[in-house]
Write a protein that binds this ligand. Structure first.
Ligand code: HAM
Length: 420
């Protein structure tokens, strides 16, 4: 027996209904905000992520699934932002469209230690607004994330907000942190001792209690931001207040990817345990330029679909189209059934049969399990009369229909819900 790789999931049909509902809902809400869908490859040149996310980030250092082929090195995408910017530039959208709003849904891959809410293959519902430095775009992005979570029936989450400032401000914070932590090496967890050398900002949002306590004493004031970044952040905060979106200022929120500048945010949920981020995002004003394009401000976020489903009470709707189930009692009837089902499907009527040759009672049970509204019984008598017996599964009422143009016969005799 083969088993799935740890950290991957089989989404079986009864769970898939919730996924479909979530994806349909997301499509509607993205459209309200005028985002258009972009579909991108699952594999990219690994160096795209090294350059975008940063060589020293944990995703690049430890979590990429790499495929080497001669001189090439590909990566299964660990996130979507870098690919969207790559596609934006490669397809010259900077010249043909300028400011674009794009959304995507799909699988991402990270070689992590699997646990609740932490998978090796997971799914993002994300979006990127590329080509604007306006702070109102940040507000709209956070409002959109908030609207999505509400539409997914998630309650009790918190939006944490911070500004990292421009690269110069970020550098100032790194230096301040380095000075502060200079003689506190032994108070930090093993990972943070590593981070001190390569990615010191991450010490700020480490979940280890000892690290939290160590950095708690560091005063991170808004005055580390330059005038323009401070102004930008004020507009974001005012905008969120204007729209009635609750947020918590979190000066220690730094995010794990290097491309962020200015606004960063995260939506967390207390029921998710240690992996409590439902989604996260922020502004990345240097990435387009970093990947060879012009200087264009951008902003986006991604929700983790599996975590959203863990926290949501989203109820998928039951199938609202009537199912007709054909029961063929003889070999000849089975042959005819194939054609009748084909006629009905072409007329947009949802129908099925298991062609099993079981007893009538056994097949009635199968029809019931399949949720059929009506059954069509085709036995020797029916064949002789070129007809079928139609039975209403709830009332037990029976009628004889002619097989000639069965779809019209059906529509005339019973009201079928939602033929397609
Ligand atoms: P991220 O924070 O790395 O950001 O991922 C976004 C969300 O994906 C997380 O908040 C979490 O819900 C989910 N997630 C991440 N890793 C896993 C995992 N191993 N298992 C299950 N869920 C996971 C990004 O990827 C950025 N690209 C977001 C963004 C878009 N920023 C700007 N634009």
């Amino acid at each position: 027996m083969f088993k799935r790789i740890p950290g991957t999931k089989d989404i079986l049909p009864n769970e898939a209904a919730a996924w479909q509902k979530m994806e349909d809902t997301a499509r509607n809400i993205f459209s309200l905000y005028n985002y258009r869908q972009i579909r991108l490859p699952l594999i990219e040149d690994a160096s795209l992520f090294n350059r975008s996310l940063g060589e020293s980030t944990e995703v690049v250092q430890k979590q990429m699934f790499l495929i080497r082929k001669e001189k090439d090195c590909y990566a299964l995408r660990p996130e979507g932002t870098a690919s969207v910017v790559r596609a934006y530039l490669e397809n010259s959208l900077d010249r043909t469209e300028g400011f674009v709003k794009l959304y995507y849904t799909g699988a991402m891959f990270r070689m992590e230690r699997p646990q609740k809410g932490r998978l090796r293959q997971f799914h993002h519902i994300g979006c990127e607004a590329i080509g604007s430095e306006a702070a109102q775009v940040d507000v709209e992005i956070i409002a959109l994330a908030d609207d999505l979570l509400k539409a997914f029936s998630v309650t009790g989450y918190e939006i944490r907000l911070n500004s990292l400032g421009c690269p110069k401000d970020k550098k100032g914070l790194v230096e301040k942190l380095r000075r502060y932590l200079k003689d506190k090496n032994d108070k930090l967890c093993q990972d943070c001792q590593e981070r001190l050398k390569i990615n010191v900002l991450r010490v700020l949002d480490c979940k280890n209690p000892a690290c939290k306590e160590t950095v708690a004493g560091l005063d991170i004031e808004d005055d580390r931001l330059c005038l323009e970044c401070k102004e930008h952040f004020s507009i974001v905060k005012d905008g969120l207040e204007l729209l009635g979106i609750a947020y918590k200022l979190s000066p220690h929120l730094v995010r794990g990817l290097d491309y962020y500048t200015r606004t960063v945010f995260e939506a967390t949920h207390p029921d998710l345990g240690s992996q409590d981020a439902l989604g996260a995002g922020g502004r990345y004003d240097n990435l387009v330029e970093e990947l060879g394009g012009p200087r264009l401000g951008s902003c986006g976020f991604a929700l983790g679909a599996e975590r959203v489903l863990l926290a949501s009470s989203l109820k998928p709707e039951a199938e609202n189209t009537d199912l007709i189930y054909a029961i063929a009692l003889t070999e000849e009837a089975r042959k005819l059934t194939l054609r009748l089902l084909d006629d009905m499907r072409k007329a947009g009527i949802r129908c099925d049969s298991d062609y099993s040759g079981k007893s009538l009672k056994g097949m009635m049970r199968s029809a019931n399990n399949a949720g059929a509204r009506y059954v069509l019984i085709i036995g020797e008598d029916e064949l002789k009369r070129s007809g079928v017996t139609l039975k209403d599964m709830s009332s037990g009422e029976q009628k004889e229909l002619r097989t000639e143009d069965l779809p019209s016969e059906l529509m005339r005799n019973v009201k079928i819900q939602n033929p397609k």
